[in-house]
Ligand binder design. Structure first.
Ligand code: NAD
Ligand code: TYD
Length: 348
């Protein structure tokens, strides 16, 4: 069955992954228009969507916890599908301030589900993370859709809670839902707080490259465009009630990744790698730091035929080149100049 997708509401479409999804879908589907609801936190940036046709991108600044607003948008735009990306998404921030994670990731998701509860013809796709499964030992085992939940950070716990709400609302109120758990994404337009864009931004500025602990923690890296394509496949052909894990098949220990990034950055600038490797600084480990994430990915490959297309080293080099070519973007998201623009256009 191919699900008819006519009128999409995307939440969090000004963020890193949501904006990649919108850019890709609008480029591939010339007849489609997308309503994008985003409150524009520090991580939301309309520059990410500067290249899309404004007539086909209906941007609404608002909070997913505002049930009345969501009801109005769904009814006014005859929404048939909600793709829910909006979240507080950074583990380190969740350690310092968990409350916003519960507010947006848990309560916000519930508000959206309640709107769908009253409109059960709307399909709801929930974007989740592999971090809900907890941590794997080095070199042993992979996450599958059947792996029990063992979230270890406030971020992961808030995403796990939202996953449970999606499942429970679907079972109890007979809603049409799908959920995907992706591994660590990378690519252009990622806020420079996550590992890869932070390291690139610090290379550009000649600042230390902070590696937590001994740098042996492993992540599975997925290019954001591969993720966007996987979500599109699930929306179209994913069975209602099903959960799909989406991995990059690219496991890297953090220190190896940072070495590779330094070497590629140096090559892009025609400089010696030692200049950037010399910036690596080992810093105090993150509390509760998950050791390893890895995704099997068999279900989405077998059932929907989706596999990641990006080779990691090529994708990383293209990402470095993008950041080098876009210093204004980095400056705007880092200095707060963009916040002033938001206040001017939308109020505080
Ligand atoms: P991001 O932090 O770059 O963007 C989040 C977006 O949500 C921002 O535009 C922000 O303004 C918006 N937002 C936050 N709170 C909101 C609210 N209350 N109402 C409306 N909008 C709000 O995040 P991202 O990296 O693009 O992640 C998107 C989704 O993918 C999240 O659900 C995240 O948990 C999930 N995910 C991320 C990764 C990753 O590596 N980044 C991996 C797997 C899953
Ligand atoms: P991050 O990008 O924050 O993603 P997540 O914690 O959701 O996996 O971090 C990826 C890995 O990189 C994680 O093991 C923590 C580590 N890390 C550092 O070593 N230094 C840093 O400055 C950051 C932000 C992350």
């Amino acid at each position: 069955m191919i699900r008819p997708l006519a009128n999409l509401l995307v939440t969090g479409g000004a963020g890193f992954i949501g904006s990649a999804f919108i850019r890709r879908v609008l480029a591939a589907q010339p007849a489609m228009k997308i309503v994008d609801l985003d409150v524009l936190t520090y991580a939301g940036n309309l520059d990410n969507l500067a290249d899309v046709d404004p007539a086909r991108h209906v941007f609404v600044r608002g909070d997913i916890a505002d049930g009345a607003l969501i009801e109005r948008l769904v009814d006014e735009h005859r929404i048939d599908t909600i793709v829910h990306f909006a979240a507080e998404s950074h583990v380190d921030r969740s350690i310092h301030g968990p409350a916003e994670f519960i507010q947006t990731n848990v309560l916000g998701t519930m508000r959206l589900l309640d709107v769908v509860r009253a409109r059960p013809s709307v399909h709801f796709h929930h974007i989740s993370t592999d971090e809900v499964y907890g941590s794997l030992p080095l070199g042993e085992g992979v996450f599958t859709e059947a792996t029990p939940y063992q979230p270890n950070s406030p971020y992961a716990a808030s995403k796990a809670a939202s996953d449970h709400l999606v499942r429970a609302w679907a079972r109890t109120y007979k809603l049409s839902v799908t959920t995907s758990h992706a591994s660590n994404n990378y690519g252009p337009y990622q806020f420079p707080e996550k590992l890869i864009p932070l390291m690139i931004a610090n290379c550009i500025e000649g600042k230390p490259l902070p590696v937590y602990g001994d740098g042996k923690n492993v992540r599975d890296w997925l290019h954001v465009d591969d993720h966007a394509d996987a979500v599109w496949e699930i929306l179209q052909r994913g069975a209602s009630g099903e959960v799909y894990d989406v991995g990059g098949g690219n496991e890297w220990a953090n220190l190896d990744l940072v070495h590779c990034l330094c070497d590629q950055f140096a090559a892009a600038r025609g400089e010696p790698a030692s200049k950037y490797r010399g910036l690596i600084t080992f810093v105090t480990d993150r509390p509760g730091h998950d050791l390893r994430y890895a995704i099997a990915g068999d279900k989405i490959a077998d059932q929907l035929g989706w596999r990641p297309k990006y080779d990691f080293e090529t994708g990383l080099r293209a990402t470095i080149d993008w950041y080098l070519a876009n210093p204004t973007w980095i400056a705007r998201v880092k200095t707060g100049a963009y916040r002033e623009w938001i206040t001017k256009h939308y109020g505080a």
